[in-house]
Design a protein around this ligand. Structure first.
Ligand code: AQP
Length: 341
């Protein structure tokens, strides 16, 4: 059997678990926007992942609102839903169907190595949902149900992308279908692939950090953005002359990387411009830049969210277009596995 050649296709998604933050934007979303002019792209709101940690009757309204908010954030950041389908994962049942097949392909030993599960559950692994443990398998299905060749993500998703490649490879071998699933490439690019907390430069900026001061939300207003940057933790030394001078200074490095990503510049250029500056003057320039780049996104999100029915129409239309790609691939998976009818 000859191997299949896949045309370039991009798939990526975010969880509607809380308001998106600057890490989600610079690590992933900003790159998604850039990719839609170069390749066929599909952008998903991964609502089935969102119930792995927190769900139930009391969360129903919050989840529905969050799905619309994440879709609005995609569009407000520059994703054109006419060009790139924007949809929520639960509307395309083939994601879950393929995830079951993959859970019979993936090995327990592979899953036990997943560091994000260990970080998220800490000492309370036995209380975590089975869904949180198998989350990377559903993520592999999210990607491969479209035979996606590229996935733009932040650095924290690298291990999950490696697992996706392992699952693809094993499926192709086990079912004698060389190249049926592509070995998807992670696209981890730009100066801010891992944006750190504003309160602790050694911790990832995260939606679930207890302190709202640790992150800049895409919905924050100008005063809040400026105040969070002003109060961001730093050290007492001026900014260094070169990248080498950032070693052992995670907070300074984080702020430089954020500036570079927002300004579309290399970190080296930013370091040269601010060499020897005190943090107070650098922070006021960073705040000005962040306000200029982020507040138009927040304003557009507010405008879009004023018409939830229109967002729902966009999600439904996106799901129809996504399903038109996913359904024949799932049919072929069923044939390869030996399911009849
Ligand atoms: N701090 C970050 N820096 C760069 N990229 C980041 N991403 C997340 N945090 C950072 C990228 O954003 C995309 C969507 O992430 P997600 O919503 O699916 O899940 P997440 O990684 O669980 O997001 P959070 O904020 O980090 O949530 P919690 O608090 O649950 O840990 C992904 O491409 C991710 O790499």
């Amino acid at each position: 059997m000859t191997a299949i050649t896949h045309t370039n296709r991009v798939l990526s998604g975010m969880q509607p678990t809380n308001t998106l933050h600057l890490g989600n934007y610079l690590g992933a979303l900003k790159n998604w926007v850039a990719m839609q002019d170069r390749m066929e792209c599909l952008y998903c709101v991964v609502d089935m992942h969102a119930i792995t940690q927190d769900s139930g009757y009391g969360k129903r309204e919050t989840l529905a609102a969050s799905i619309r908010e994440v879709a609005a954030a995609y569009i407000a950041s520059g994703i054109d839903p006419k060009k790139s389908p924007v949809f929520n994962q639960s509307r395309v049942p083939e994601h879950a169907e393929l995830a079951w097949v993959f859970s019979c392909v993936a090995r327990l030993g592979w899953m036990d190595r997943m560091t994000q599960f260990k970080e998220k559950t800490g000492k309370h692994k036995e209380r975590a949902s089975v869904g949180l443990y198998t989350y990377p398998i559903l993520m592999a299905a999210d990607i491969l149900i479209y035979q996606a060749t590229h996935v733009p993500v932040g650095e924290d998703q690298r291990q999950h992308l490696e697992l996706t490649r392992d699952i693809a490879q094993k499926f192709n071998n086990d079912f004698a279908a060389p190249g049926f699933f592509p070995l998807t490439e992670p696209v981890i690019t730009g100066p801010a692939t891992r944006v750190m907390s504003l309160r602790d430069g050694t911790k990832k900026m995260s939606k679930t950090d207890e302190s709202d001061m640790s992150r800049i939300n895409l919905t924050d207003d100008a005063d809040t953005i400026a105040s969070k940057i002003r109060k961001a933790r730093t050290d007492p030394n001026p900014l260094p002359e070169s990248a080498k001078g950032l070693e052992g200074r995670p907070e300074a490095e984080n702020l430089i990387n954020i500036y570079a990503a927002l300004a579309d510049e290399e970190a080296e250029t930013v370091i040269r411009r601010f060499a020897g500056h005190q943090f107070s003057s650098f922070k006021s320039e960073l705040a000005e830049l962040a306000v200029a780049k982020l507040t138009p996104i927040a304003a557009e999100m507010r405008r879009l969210l004023a018409d939830p029915a229109e967002i729902d129409r966009t999600l439904k239309d996106g799901a129809l277009r996504a399903r038109a790609i996913a359904a024949p691939i799932m049919d072929e998976v069923k044939r390869l596995v030996g399911f009849v009818g």
